[in-house]
Write a protein that binds this ligand. Structure first.
Ligand SMILES: Cc1cc2nc3c(=O)[nH]c(=O)nc-3n(C[C@H](O)[C@H](O)[C@H](O)COP(=O)(O)O)c2cc1C
Length: 329
């Protein structure tokens, strides 16, 4: 049994974020906390089944616990993709029922599938028939005018009957027309109390709350009402906030690494990835926010963003930038 299985599995999760939570970001975030649960970017079932699997799915063993988020609406394709994901070692298969983008809607998956709970139940059942790891759902409070509490509970009950026991709820609804994905993360108001009520009414389910959470103190407060908290944007704006997670949210007594130590621990990983041909900028972009609100943080960000793109860019750029950030806190 791993130490992770002894701790509540979804207490603090880092949200799946396209173009952000790639394997390099996840490796860095794992250096900040041993226990947070990490999610991949959404990958479509079709891409997993027909694309370059090694490129899309491989990850470092250090990343555990790590969940694969899939997008799609075809039970068989999702089940096949989940099986492939499980064979790569993912700890969970998560289905995206929350993305409102036009591209995702035109392929009829993401948030619009909230209106088709029976189909989602079929997808969950098909995936569960093929994998042993948990199958979870990430969704919203509702879509368009389907925003009553009953709509949400009907969705949750229907999908639960197929064997999904964990629901991650972005605590706002999505408008499928007229708002960009970015606006859909800002404009529909957050309603945390609705998620709390869901937990009260479905006490046997694991309910994880998401949306607008930027501090561990807020996460801690939400944990009085829900089983877990998922943090998205704050994890890339200010990743160092996660350095205190193991102590504050998991009751672990490990020494908290400084920002400098985190960078030094990430450097061997950068070097190994550079040796495999990964461009430096793909590795350093996740470091940009590390010195957020710290004296010298802007110079750090500038030094990395201006220099890491250069063709000959090597690890010396990170080392030089680090030497110039004097303050630890
Ligand atoms: C750049 C970006 C990409 C995202 N990509 C995904 C995704 O692939 N799958 C998904 O379920 N949600 C995605 N989201 C939504 C986040 O997972 C999360 O639900 C949302 O940002 C709200 O949480 P926050 O307020 O803590 O950021 C994305 C959000 C951002 C900012």
């Amino acid at each position: 049994m791993t130490v992770h299985s002894l701790l509540p599995s979804h207490r603090l999760c880092i949200a799946p974020m396209m173009d952000y939570t790639d394997r390099h970001a996840r490796y860095l975030l794992r250096l900040l906390s041993k226990h947070i649960r990490l999610y991949t970017e959404m990958i479509t079932a079709g891409a997993v089944c027909r694309g370059d699997r090694e490129f899309l799915l491989s990850f470092d063993p250090q990343e555990h616990p790590v969940a694969l988020q899939l997008g799609g609406n075809d039970p068989k394709a999702l089940a096949d993709a989940a099986q492939i994901g499980e064979s790569f070692g993912y700890d969970e298969i998560n289905l995206n029922i929350g993305c409102p983008s036009d591209r995702v809607q035109s392929a009829r998956f993401g948030a619009c599938l909230m209106a088709e709970p029976t189909l989602i139940a079929e997808c969950v059942a098909a995936i569960r028939a093929k994998v042993a790891v948990p199958v979870t759902i990430k969704t919203r409070l509702g879509i368009d005018h389907h925003d009553s509490y009953e709509f949400l509970t009907n969705f949750v009950s229907t999908v639960h009957t197929a064997g999904c026991h964990t629901f991650i709820i972005h605590a706002r609804k999505a408008w499928l027309q007229g708002l960009s994905p970015r606006e859909n993360r800002e404009i529909p108001p957050l309603d945390y109390t609705r998620v709390y009520r869901l937990k009260q009414d479905f006490p046997h389910l694991t309910i994880v709350i998401n949306g607008g959470i930027t501090q561990l103190a807020q996460a801690s407060e939400h944990l009085n009402h829900c089983d877990g908290v998922m943090i998205g944007r704050a994890a890339f704006d200010n990743p160092y906030l996660l350095a205190h997670a193991d102590q504050l949210l998991y009751g672990q007594q490990e020494v908290i690494s400084t920002r400098h130590e985190i960078v030094k621990n990430y450097i061997p990983y950068i070097e190994s990835q550079l040796a495999q041909g990964v461009p430096l900028a793909r590795l350093t972009r996740h470091l940009l926010g590390l010195f957020h609100s710290v004296k010298g943080g802007r110079a750090w960000r500038r030094a990395l963003s201006e220099n890491a793109h250069r063709q000959t860019a090597g690890i010396d750029i990170v080392q030089a930038a680090l030497e110039n950030v004097i303050e630890e806190d």
